[in-house]
Design a protein around this ligand. Sequence first.
Ligand code: SF4
Length: 368
Amino acid sequence: MVMKVGDYQGDYRVVSLAFDEEVKEDLRNNELDFLYITDKAVILYPDQLILSEDPNVIELLKKAGNYDVYGLSGNGRLIEYYDDRSIDNYFFITGKCNSNCVMCPSPDASRKKGESSSIENLIEIAKHIPSDTPHLTITGGEPFMVGKEIFRFILFLREKFTKTEFLFLTNGRIFALESYVEQLAECIPYDSVLGIPLHGSTAEIHDRITQAAGSFTQTVTGIRRLLKKGFRIELRIVVSRLNAEDMENIAELIATKMQGISYVSIMAMEMTGSAYIHRDQVWIPYRQAAEKIENGIRILLENGIDVKLYNFPLCTVKREYWTLCERSISPDKVRYAQTCESCRMKKICGGVFAGTLGMEKGELKKII
Ligand code: SF4
């Protein structure tokens, strides 16, 4: 949520929200900046400065909750960083990426010139997040593009969040360097998984998708080094027209050369950004994609590797694979077609991405 709260003229700062006395006292005791929201006013602490008495602003803020975290800019703009009621919170490290995947849902420009968050700001946000939060994701772009500075932030996370589950989304290329593996091992939080995409079984297929020569060798080397060091790894395969025929080979590669992988997530595409621009090259209808991955799934399962299917609507996948399907699309992005309204499975179906709904041509069929 982004909104404006009155005429704040001070410096940028990170604030928590408090809607009752108990939370207000807790935040005060922890010496954190916060907004205290009553029925009459929005008050900035510790300054005790009334930012707004506008009932519309108060009403809008009441949609948020205790312990939510926002960035408050000099012009009074609030940008949401953390929603305490969600289990899907993330730290956005940088928009930059050293790959340029043809099916990336982010636009090309954000990967080349993307903004990076300062490490100080990331630490300040983390200070405001309650230490018992269940899950946090570290994402980008490619988070490790900010260099070794990131380890200072990761160490802070490990020291504060001892019970939180972390997911680090990275293309894994940097871990071809032993020094990065060593440093990550020293500071990674206790309950962490690294989510790394593997796009093909050969350099030809993988590098064609990442549009980055050498990325296959770096990613595979990185995965092997991380496995050797005992990291937990989720491999992520996004199915497109460019790799659907290669699924069996990818599964063989994982089963024979990457022993110790925690699980493999096979994903349908989100058709925004570069994926949409390259739609003629990459888009594969759900049902075709689901069929092409069947042998790959079998090989992985036969080798004792867990498989999850992300972003596949249930009606496009054979019933026997439904137990592998996750409701993976976040509430702000998920959409259902008209036929879904009378579908018996809607409650347990993960639907489709808002940006992908326009690509499906009558594939969704209600289950009755
Ligand atoms: S019809 Fe809609 S709700 Fe039903 S399985 Fe398909 S996508 Fe899901």
